[in-house]
Every structure is written in structure tokens, then in C-alpha cells.
Design a protein around this ligand. Structure first.
Ligand code: CP
Ligand code: NVA
Length: 328
């Protein structure tokens, strides 16, 4: 049987993408009814993290545990990976011991190299280019809260749309047939490749694609407004100054949420800078005198904010990814 890796959205058809969401919904329901069937008994999964994580690591570990599988966490500080051993060699070693490998790192090309050398499925836990497991969680959360078919959903993304979350959100929303709007200043809009992929999928799914810097036009009738951090993991701290200048008008605040003409949900992959209660949040505040960045605290804490449901759904959807590849 062919190895089924999970590397990026565009490796899948819209139906396959939807199948992941539907299976996650089924697994979540089984879990809550106390009737979870362990489909991964005896399986073992290596989790490689070149970058830090709370949700993704926790989701892989707990989803695996609930399904009867074992995980081993490896980062560059406790393993040979990167500094003493290449990803190609690591892939071949871990393939002899594990049934699958998860990888979070910088370059998508590193992940693809790992997958080329591995003899087992490889799962993308985030690269600079794509964050596909996040997208499945976002889709499940949107379905649960809007109670709409994906093709009827208006999904707006505001902020830095050139990085993993923005690019993935554009393509995933197109795969699901949504009315997807990227609302960002020109220099923070997705690259041509991501836009082309979205348009290709839209031909098949009927998705409507808008890339604009016009906030009023972009947010009109939004069912959901999503955003992400303005300086991502691996980017230089000096980037903050320019990002704040360019992206502050695209901050998700009460004015934005009240200007959509609809009751709009707020989503964020997290972590979020919505107050000064983090080291980085405090540093930014001291330097630029801005206590809230991509989202204000009132929006983050509002009843329309569904970020913690979204975070929980990381676990159910990552379970769906592992079960799809590994269940016998
Ligand atoms: N959303 C997300 O990927 O969170 P972590 O960085 O905590 O895994
Ligand atoms: N764009 C963010 C996503 C974090 C989940 C980053 O790469 O840091």
C-alpha cells in the first residue's frame, strides 16, 4: 500500500481534504460518547520539533495516547538532528523504529526531503510555508459554529498573509469552496504560487477568492475573521517595527468585528499577542507602547471568540490525520 504522508494541502483533492474533516468529526463524537475505538494500537510515532510548540505537540501526543499509540518527542537540543545528523539520515533511522514521523521545522523543502528518505508516513507539524494540520482544525471549528456548508461560509483572514497560516488558510478555504478573503497590505499578501493554487481549486469547488488591502470591502458579511501573529517563529525580532507599522490598521479589534454587518466569529491559531502577559508581549509594549497586536484583548475574550474550541480541535483533527495514514 502507498505511504500516505500529510505534507501540504495541495497534495490532496478537495474530497480527500473534506474526508479528513469528516473523520475528525466522527472521532471527536466517538471520544465524547466514551466509545473511542483504538485504531492505532501498537503503533509508534516520532515527533521532531525544530521549533517550539504547545498545541501541535500536545495534540500529537494525546491523540496518539487515546488511540493506543506511543510517541517519542525529539527536538534539536536532546537529539543529534541537524547539528550532527542530516534529515536524510534521521529519516532512515527513525523509519526502522517508528510507524510514522511528525516534523515541525523551518523549510518545507526539509520536510519534503525527510519524506523522500523515510519509509513511513511523514506529517507536517508546521513549516514556514504551510501549516496544514491547523487548517483541518479551523475547518472543523467553522463547521461546528456556523452550522453552514463550507461553500456558504465567508472566511476572512487579516494580517500577515505571506507566511504559513495565511497561505494555508487561503488554499484550504479554496479547497472547501468558501468565499475566502485575504485582507492585508500589498507586501503582506500571499505569493503568486499560493494564489494560483487557490484559484485552481476554486475552479473545482466554486470558491470565491479575494485578495485585497481594502478592509471595508474585505470584511463585509464575514462569518469568521481569522488572524495570526505578525512575526512568526524563525523570523528576526527586528521585523516587529515594520510589521507593526504596516499591520496595525489590520488589527482585529471591536471596530472591525462590528463593521462586518454580521455576527462574526473570531479565530486565531494561537499563540496570540492580545495583552502584555507574555515576555514578548511585554517587550513589544515597552519598546513600541502597543499593548495588543494582531487582536485586541476585548475581541480575544469576547463571546464570539472561538479560539479555544479551535485549539481543542487540533487534537481531534491530528488524530484524523494519524488514523487515516496508520489505521490497519
Ligand atoms: N497553533 C499552533 O500550531 O500552536 P503551537 O505552536 O503551540 O503548536
Ligand atoms: N505563523 C506562526 C504560526 C504559529 C502556530 C508561526 O509560524 O510562528
Amino acid at each position: 500500500m502507498a505511504i500516505q504522508s500529510f505534507l501540504k494541502e495541495c497534495d490532496f483533492t478537495p474530497q480527500q481534504w473534506l474526508d479528513y474533516v469528516n473523520l475528525a468529526e466522527q472521532l471527536k463524537s466517538e471520544h465524547y460518547s466514551g466509545k473511542e475505538i483504538q485504531r492505532l494500537q501498537g503503533k509508534s510515532i516520532a515527533l521532531i520539533f525544530e521549533k517550539t510548540s504547545t498545541r501541535t505537540r500536545a495534540s500529537f501526543e494525546i491523540a496518539a495516547f487515546q488511540q493506543g499509540a506511543h510517541t517519542t518527542y525529539l527536538d534539536t537540543s536532546v537529539s543529534q538532528i541537524g547539528h550532527k545528523e542530516s534529515l536524510a539520515d534521521t529519516a532512515r533511522v527513525l523509519s526502522r523504529m517508528y510507524d510514522a514521523i511528525e516534523f515541525r521545522g523551518n523549510k518545507q523543502s526539509d520536510l519534503e526531503q525527510l519524506a523522500r528518505y523515510a519509509h513511513v508516513p511523514v506529517f507536517n507539524g508546521l513549516t514556514d510555508e504551510w501549516h496544514p494540520t491547523q487548517m483541518l482544525a479551523d475547518a472543523l471549528t467553522i463547521r461546528e459554529h456556523t452550522h453552514k456548508d463550507f461553500t456558504e461560509v465567508v472566511h476572512v483572514y487579516m494580517g500577515d498573509a505571506r507566511f504559513n497560516t495565511g497561505r494555508s488558510l487561503l488554499v484550504s478555504s479554496a479547497m472547501l469552496g468558501m468565499d475566502v478573503r485575504i485582507v492585508a497590505p500589498k507586501q503582506y499578501q500571499p505569493d503568486d504560487e499560493a494564489i494560483r493554487l487557490a484559484h485552481d481549486y476554486a475552479q473545482e469547488t466554486g470558491a470565491r477568492i479575494t485578495i485585497t488591502d481594502d478592509i471595508a470591502q474585505g470584511i463585509k458579511n464575514a462569518d469568521v475573521i481569522s488572524t495570526d501573529i505578525w512575526v512568526s517563529m524563525g523570523e528576526p525580532q527586528q521585523a516587529w517595527e515594520e510589521r507593526i507599522k504596516a499591520l496595525l490598521p489590520y488589527q482585529v479589534n471591536e471596530h472591525i468585528m462590528n463593521s462586518t454587518g454580521k455576527d462574526t466569529f473570531f479565530m486565531h491559531c494561537l499563540p496570540a499577542f492580545h495583552n502584555t502577559e507574555t515576555t514578548v508581549g511585554q517587550e513589544i509594549y515597552e519598546k513600541y507602547n502597543i499593548p495588543e497586536l494582531e487582536v485586541t484583548n476585548d475581541v480575544f475574550e469576547s463571546s464570539n471568540s472561538i479560539v479555544f474550541d479551535q485549539a481543542e480541535n487540533r487534537m481531534h483533527t491530528i488524530k484524523s490525520v494519524m488514523v487515516t495514514s496508520l489505521a490497519s
